[in-house]
Design a protein around this ligand. Sequence first.
Ligand SMILES: [Zn+2]
Length: 261
Amino acid sequence: MLALHAHPDDEAIFTGITLRRLADAGARVVLVIATAGELGSSRVPLRTGETVRQRRIAELERSAELLGVSRLVLLGRRDSGLPGWSSGGHRHALAAADPLRLARRVSRIAAAEGAGTLVHDDEQGIYGHPDHRATYRIGATAARLTGATGYQMTVDREHLHLSARDAHLVHGAARAAAVGFGRTTVEISLAVTGTAEHLRIKRAAMTAHGSQIAPEDVPADGFVGAYGFEWFRRTDPGPGVLDALGNAHLVAGGLAAGVAS
Ligand SMILES: [Zn+2]
């Protein structure tokens, strides 16, 4: 399978459990990251001469290792920044790239790997970030070009409202971008969850991105409420390997209802 993400850390935040479980089940997991997230300012001091780009790629490599990724590919586009930033017009910005050209590149990787499943952002870019919207266009087109089953990753905003309050990173990100985020529960076809060990690995992969995410940003208590599920909308043509992980959707609904009552 191939997972396409916009920035280092998205792979852990939105698909950490899913990638680890697929790797454990014997799938070859190919992770394609479109930008180095170089506009995310570092929350820790960099080493002398080190750039944010270098730091974030090193963090990504560690996260990929924790998640059982077999091959990591960087598309080498530039972070576009938040909606309205002039960086979105930079000639190397992902948001300014020709999506068809990048889709062809991703589909060549998928075809060479024999990937039957492709995971990418949903059409809203989860929370409207220009790079996440771009990876939707690229991923959806690449899935069509390769004939792979496409899964749009998203978040269940109703579930997060009930079980995470304001604790998921997407809450702050959506606020920064002044946009809505995610989908309602009924719009989601698949929810993937895992064991306590999968959650521990996901949290380790997220905090491997130490320039962006501090351990205290993702406290261990409350982690399951905010990050215990990963949500997808399946597009044609029919079930792919993610469906084999089992659908926790009903459990998620029950959990949310339990919290609400
Ligand atoms: Zn991102």
